[in-house]
Each structure stands twice: as C-alpha cells, then as structure tokens.
Design a binder for this molecule. Structure first.
Ligand code: GLU
Length: 457
C-alpha cells in the first residue's frame, strides 16, 4: 500500500514553528517512500477559526517549499479537505456508533459534570464519567452530547520513534465525541478522517501521544483499518529548555523568520536537525540529501531546544552559498529604498557579515537617511579634515578609497581604529558599519564629502 501522510493544522492563530516542523517530517517521509502528503484543515472550532489564519498556513508552507499533494486548495480523491465541510460524515459515524451500542447520548449539564468531578476530587480518586446517561438516561431532556463507550483493556500501537507503546484504557472515562451543537471533537474527527483518507502513517507532535489510544479505540469501534504506524515528534522547547508559549516566545511565529530574512531552505535545514540527527557530522543538507538521510530511528525522544546560534550559523552558510545576483534578489525586499546599482555594489561586503537578510537594513540605512552630525573635538576634526583632503582627489571605488585612507592613517600618527571611528560616526551615525572604504564608496562622493565637511565646519 502506498504511503499517505498528513498534517492537520487548525487555523486558530499565526502559522507556527511546530506546524512547519511537523510538515517537514511528513514531507521527508512521504518523499522518501514515494508517497502522498495531504494537507487537512482541522477547523471544527468555529469560534476560533479564521480564513486569514488558513491563508497564513498555506503561505508559510509554500514559502518553506513544503508543498502538499492533496488539500482544500488542490482537491483530491478524499475531497473535501476541510473538516468544517465534512460534518455530515462525523454525524453519520456518530449515529452509527450509537445504533451499534458503542456510543450514547449524554444529557448531563456542565454543572452536573462539575459536581461529579468535584466529588471524585474529594474522594481522591481519578475522575471518570459515571455513565449515568448510559445506565439511567433522563426522559425529560433534549439537549445532548455523544459519548464514546470506552471498551477499556489495553491499547497497543507502534510508534516509529518510541517503539511499541501500551496504554491502559481502563483509566480512560467515556469521552465526548460530538458536542451538543452536533460538531465533533478533535478526538473523533481526527481518527475518522485519518481512516477515511487512508492515512498510513500519522506523524505529529508529541503532545498528541496521549490522544492516540483514544483515537485507536474509535478506529477499532468504527471497524476502520488502523494506520500502520504513528510517529510522535519531540516537542520544540525554548532555548532555556522551558515549554514554548505563543505569547512569550516570538520564535513560535513563522512570519518572524521571513521578516528577519532567514532563507526558507536554511530554516528547513535547521528544523530537520532540531530533533533529528544524521549520525554524521554533516550539518548542511540540500532537500534531496535530507530525504535520503532522514529516518525516524534517529529522531530523539527528548524535547528539542531551539538554538538561535545554530540557526544563525546555518542561515549565514546559506547566505554565503548564494551567488551575488541571487543574494541581491533576496535582499531586494528588505531595502526597497536602494537603487539596483547600489544594491549590487553592497552585496560583496554584506555577504560575509550577515547571518540574516534584515541586517542589511542596519548596515545600509545611512544611504537613505541622513544621520545627525556629531560634535568633534579639535584633534578629531583635524583628522577628519585630512581624510576629506585625501578623498577629494580619490577615485570613488572601494579599493582606491582604502589605499588613500591607509596613507592618511599612516601620516596621522594614530591607529586605524582611532582614525576610522569618527569617519564611520559622521557618515553612518553608528558604531558598526561595513568596512569604511565600502561605507564611503556606496554613498555618492559629493554626499559623503558633504557629511564629512559638515562635521568639521
Ligand atoms: N489539529 C491538530 C493540531 O493542530 C492536529 C493534530 C493531529 O495531527 O492529529 O494539533
């Protein structure tokens, strides 16, 4: 049977790193096995879903080059691929379970359920629904949810990362599969779709490991074929090892990487190594190399700490691998103020000094903003004047400027640092810049000389 895998993100907020990471592992596995990668949208939570969040999922996956074979925008044999458009299916299947005595209507009110829970707490026993509506259903109520009658016993399954898994289902109480508004819970809709869409391997985050026994019991009760295997990928943790929270950790938001100028192929490379290792010292992989090298056996069990330093290093490596023209084109959206020729000339000195494209703005914004003129002491002003003198007759090219300045430095009696710092300050208003000869050469000669002159007048 050919491999079919899926991701099933919920469009309830910005597109996040976990979705990218799960998508990547699904794609790697699908490509390795010549299988099919499905994008399903888990949008049963009508209150929190927004079409613009769904659009963000598409956009970010496209940006990363993690394209799907079937999905809401692509059609396919198991159309529709949005759960909100599949409600009839879940309702039919829930009705079937009720008819077969595998599920039942529960009329309990939230207050009644709360009271049951509190009682269990007081008696210091783990809470399980009392099955009151199974044993003595009320005759005078009409609002109901549907509960699955948990068969109990042991649930076994194979996890491609963690090996053979075993759960004691006697600890699981009858749980709700359809809410009172006739909308399915995640616990129900997900395994129904996985089965109906013929998903062979469910690859998802570790936070879903404990859901798997619930979902397998449902698959069995519905008489569906089980997926061949599961893989529960390690959680992505913050750099300090704490759990990532959407509010606190901006690194959760995929848009950030794009805005900051991480190259999608570098982020993919980094994400592959976040939780998996090839067993060799290789760290830079083309996508095809990842497909070849990837295996679930080498995925770690423990949470994977996000490491900015490593991401920055990898991104820097990818930046340096681009040709001048490619890098120029990638930089273009970050510096719309620059004309083509200036940007072309800025590429060589930038290339070795960047770990993300947005840094180009810090290096180059002096080209379109006029920095404030600093006050110089007499001695410094004297050196700046000597620089002006030399530069006036110099061809406006980095090499020529460098040679001229070096001569001026030699004559000044101070070191390069001391000579260049005020020049940098006057020209850019910053402590850090590209090497001074590039910094000057990128500005039109008259503008550069004017800024220097202004500071000594
Ligand atoms: N909608 C779920 C999520 O976004 C899908 C989980 C799953 O893959 O089953 O976490």
């Amino acid at each position: 049977m050919s491999v079919r895998v899926r991701i099933a993100p919920s469009p309830t907020g910005f597109a996040h790193l976990g979705t990218a990471s799960t998508a990547l592992y699904n794609v790697l596995f699908a490509r390795k096995k010549g299988g099919t990668f499905v994008l399903r949208i888990d949008d049963t939570d009508a209150e929190r879903n927004r079409p613009e969040y769904e659009a963000l999922i598409y956009e970010s996956l496209h940006w990363l080059g993690l394209d799907w074979d079937e999905g809401p925008d692509k059609d396919g044999p198991y159309n529709p691929y949005r759960q909100s458009e599949r409600l009839d299916l879940y309702r039919e299947q829930a009705a079937r379970l009720i008819t077969e005595g595998k599920a039942y209507r529960c009329y309990c009110t939230p207050e009644e359920l709360d009271a049951e829970r509190k009682q269990a707490q007081q008696e210091k026993r783990p809470y399980k629904y009392s099955r009151r509506c199974l044993t003595t259903p009320p005759s005078d109520r009409s609002v109901f949810a549907v509960r699955f009658k948990v068969p109990g016993g042991e649930v076994h399954f194979t996890d491609m990362i963690r090996g053979e898994m075993k759960f004691d289902a006697d600890l699981i109480g009858d749980f709700i599969i359809m809410k009172s508004d006739a909308v399915p819970t995640y616990q129900f809709a997900s395994p129904v779709d996985d089965a109906v869409m013929k998903i062979t391997h469910v690859i998802r985050g570790e936070e879903h490991l404990s859901n798997t026994p619930y979902q397998l019991m449902l698959v069995d009760a519905l008489g569906y074929e089980r997926p061949q295997a599961y893989a529960h990928m390690p959680l992505i943790l913050a750099q300090d090892g704490s759990k990532m929270s959407k509010r606190k950790h901006t690194e959760m938001n995929l848009a950030l990487y794009r805005e900051q100028g991480y190259l999608p192929e570098a982020l993919v490379n980094y994400l592959a190594l976040l939780g998996w290792n090839p067993g060799t010292s290789q760290e830079i992989f083309t996508f095809d190399e990842l497909v070849q090298a990837f295996s679930f056996e080498r995925v770690q069990h423990a949470g994977a700490r996000f490491d900015w330093e490593k991401l920055n290093w990898i991104n820097g490596e990818y930046i340096r691998m681009l040709s001048d023209d490619q890098l120029k084109d990638r930089l273009r959206p970050f510096v719309p103020q620059l004309d083509e020729e200036t940007l072309r000339r800025a590429v060589p000195p930038l290339r070795t000094r960047m770990h993300k494209l947005a840094q180009a703005v810090d290096y180059l914004d002096y080209l379109w903003t006029d920095p404030p003129t600093p006050t110089l002491d007499a001695e410094t002003a004297h050196r700046v004047r000597s620089a002006i003198e030399t530069l006036r007759d110099t061809t406006w090219e980095p090499e020529a400027i460098e040679a001229a300045l070096e001569k001026a430095v030699a004559e000044s009696g101070v070191g390069k640092g001391k000579f260049y710092t005020p020049l940098r300050d006057v020209i850019t208003g910053k402590k850090v810049s590209l090497p001074i000869h590039y910094t000057l050469a990128l500005l039109p000669k008259d503008v550069a000389l004017l800024r220097l002159q202004r500071a000594v007048d």
